[in-house]
Design a protein around this ligand. Sequence first.
Ligand code: UDP
Ligand code: MG
Length: 316
Amino acid sequence: MKKDKLVSLIIPCYFEEAAVPLFYQETAKVMDSLPQYDFELIFVDDGSRDNTLAEIKKLSAVDKRVKYLSFSRNFGKESAMYAGLEYAKGDYVATMDVDLQDPPELLPEMLCLLETGEYDCVATKRISRKGEPPIRSLFARAFYKIINKISQTEIVDGARDYRLMTRQMVNSVLQVKEYSRFSKGIFSWVGYRTKWLEFQNTERIAGETKWSFWKLFLYSIDCIIAFSTVPLSLASVLGVVFCLFSFLAIVVIIIRELIWQGSAYGWPSLVCIIFLLSGIQLFCMGIQGQYISKTYMETKNRPKYLIKEQSEDNDE
Ligand code: UDP
Ligand code: MG
């Protein structure tokens, strides 16, 4: 029987052979408890080289709600989510991780909230960063503080990529076609009314996280560059500050020379000043370089992902 509304769940997977069947088990329970909806589970295999795709195919063979896309190589979670959003046909679309850190049990509540018509999106955030290494929490907090100061777009601390959106919002997200994607920012940038649900952080069910500290650091730089141009003004601000400072220093040196004579000393301090200034100049050039490299990548207009294999479209 054809039901009223189709709900698409997009699940990016990278080296997740152990988590896929467990995720399916849990999610199937939730889907069965919501008989009023049709579901499609879109697993996006992001170029895993283990048995992830084989596991997904096994599920797809027994449950026609299970669909998949498999990339030609690893393109990253952002690309996997974008591919899923393009492929999804649902009236409501959710993105979620396969490791059950995004609890599927929240789906009924999320659907209920969207059905009221008051919201276009139900997003989730973690209440605590429990279980996370302290140094990572420290950097994460600092990152959110900085980005929210220098960007017009609100990036919510603790927000997960787990959210349920209406078709209208999904279409808007798909219109944002940039290559370096930072979805948390894009979801916020497109606007619409968002309801935030909070939940307790849980450990991943199987496998390991793919995000090293370094990968997260680079990802946060991507976000800053994508959502703020404030760092570009750093050179101008520092330039003005140092000019003012050098005028002051000149005045001091002239007065000192007039009163005491022989003030041309201080070779070590000169060397320090040269090092300081060239360091600041190189740092500012580096910031400009980051923006230029991102612009270069965008202008190339390369595809965000390449699909090697996908499930047959057996919808009528
Ligand atoms: N993931 C992906 N491509 C990648 C890295 C991760 O599709 O290059 C998927 C991964 O399989 C998982 C989700 O993104 O479903 C979140 O990854 P992970 O659990 O490693 O991140 P964490 O929860 O530690 O932030
Ligand atoms: Mg995880």
